[in-house]
Write a protein that binds this ligand. Sequence first.
Ligand SMILES: Cc1ncc(C[n+]2csc(CCOP(=O)(O)OP(=O)(O)O)c2C)c(N)n1
Ligand SMILES: [Mg+2]
Length: 657
Amino acid sequence: MQFHNNDLSKSKLLDLYKAMLLPRLVEEKMLILLRQGKISKWFSGIGQEAISAGITLALEEDEYILPMHRNLGVFTNRNIPLNRLFSQFQGKANGFSKGRERSFHFGTQEFNIIGMISHLGPQLGIADGIALANKIKKNGKVTAVFSGEGGTSEGDFHEALNVAAVWDLPVLFCIENNGYGLSTPSKDQFKCENIADKGEGYGMESHIIDGNNIVEVYLKVRKIAGEVRKNPHPVLLEFKTFRMRGHEEASGTKYISKQILDTWAKKDPIENFRQYLINKNMLTEIQEVEIKNTFIHLISDNLKIAFAEDEQIFNLTTELNDVYQEFDYQEIIPKNKKSKIRFVDAISKGLYQSMEQHDDLVIMGQDIAEYGGVFKITEGFLEKFGKDRVRNTPICESVIIETAYGLSISGVKSVVELQFSDFITSGFNPVINLLAKSYYRWNQNADIVLRMPCGAGVGAGPFHSQTNEAWFTKTPGLKVVYPAFPYDAKGLLATAIEDPNPVLFFEHKQLYRSIYQEVPDNYYTLPFGKASVLKEGDKVSIITYGAGVHWALEAVDKENIQADIIDLRTLQPLDTETIFKSVKKTGKAIILQEDTLFGGIASDISALINENCFEFLDAPVKRVGALETPVPFAKNLEDNFLPKERFKLALIDLLKY
Ligand SMILES: Cc1ncc(C[n+]2csc(CCOP(=O)(O)OP(=O)(O)O)c2C)c(N)n1
Ligand SMILES: [Mg+2]
């Protein structure tokens, strides 16, 4: 191995050596602890240390790094106190995730490290978001994100590189090609010879770097990072390397031939560099022993501290309170001056005023800039707020949601417009696994609103008609808002954007241009978790939301029924107080949802009423929803699919009970 060290000083070269040695020694110790059952899992980085060490040393301390499961060297070289690192591995109280996350699945803003989720690929998209924030702030910072070569087969890789290229984001995509993804060799993972070859397809600069050569890694990354800081653009870096141990300790290396293992053993990044330093008289054997002993003592001292630390204690309140970031709701009162506008205008005006209110709020979505969005909600926004804040995106829901999360990490709020709520399936993973779990995992908020134009009744067939709120009300960590009127839509959207938690904001397309209301002109907020009682009566409680509210109003008016009509407005948080109070008064409850019935929120509300109001009930709680089929296209089929007519019959039946 050749080390072309240019003009690196002796002390810098020794720093590079130490930067690899410490993670190696930590890992050797962890492997012993693993065998003793004192830590639960270990992903070995032995053989790959030069990459983590070289990249971390080439970056400024305040530049974000997004490591993966083999990048212990990123953590040690950001000088995280080892006792806290060890506590993290043991799930202890003073780790970084209150015992909620294992091994390397944690991040720390204090050290500008963003931890991975198991799904690998989302890291790449988060880096886009951090890089976007840096680019907008023009602060000349670069972001480095890691992936294995196996992870590059995920769609996130393609999406993240594509967006970074189209938006000229200052991000280094660092791919550690160690030849295997678990047991799968590269030839079964991708067809081109080098990962770096893919750079050309994205219109992106790319380089192949010897990942076992610390000097090459450090110097090349330092040079490239310098160029990216001056002139923001993404770079794809492929580091050729090898992992000397199994994917994780339990899985072994049987699928790798001895010959391959022997060849790579000769390329060990630490041993080769050590020899080089000794040959150049930059490291003496005495010095070497000294360095090693210092590290070994450091490790054992810190382990002692970690072992003496408290176990994480279960506390119900702490657990439940850490699912959402506390939000100090500020009521901003609606003023008297009003205009009669449509639902769609209320959303548009609300969003516009939020853009004025939060002067760094970024909105992203397909066709939202020049074109104004398919529903014309963002028409004129580009001219007013500019290209940095009103961003047309490629067709890539996953990475845009990951990008939004990266913005949030950088303290920037964002709103993502899904063209149709149906398309959230293409960004499902980051919503469920990244945004929803973030605050609980490491107290990092995801300050994002996903706007979800949804619902049937518009003859749009199975892929443009779903109302898919139940996928999200199921998942702790998300808030779900579903207004039925322009007034509510405007005020709740303002609150959704103020709220630092991830909010799914459902906007029913059929209501967009059919429902008018007098709506205050000013910027105002409405609280989450407060249903509105639209009509009061003592015969039955009708509990519904979205388009269902309008069906219920129509039915009650037509049949002249004395009913409480409760418009939930937000589904998470859910206003159970208003529901229970009404049911205790009327003794009968019917819950109407547009979505297919099974597994929907109507079922949970029914169960809650049974559990909390049983003694007050005069009839079984009734649920009404759509047929258990996809949403059909033809009008006659769709009318029969939707529960509007069945609701009337069920309501009359219930009153007769
Ligand atoms: C979406 C998803 N699919 C599968 C896995 C299981 N898995 C975890 S790591 C891994 C291999 C990753 O290989 P590579 O990206 O090359 O990284 P390396 O482990 O070699 O560093 C697999 C299959 C996962 N965590 N997430
Ligand atoms: Mg690999």
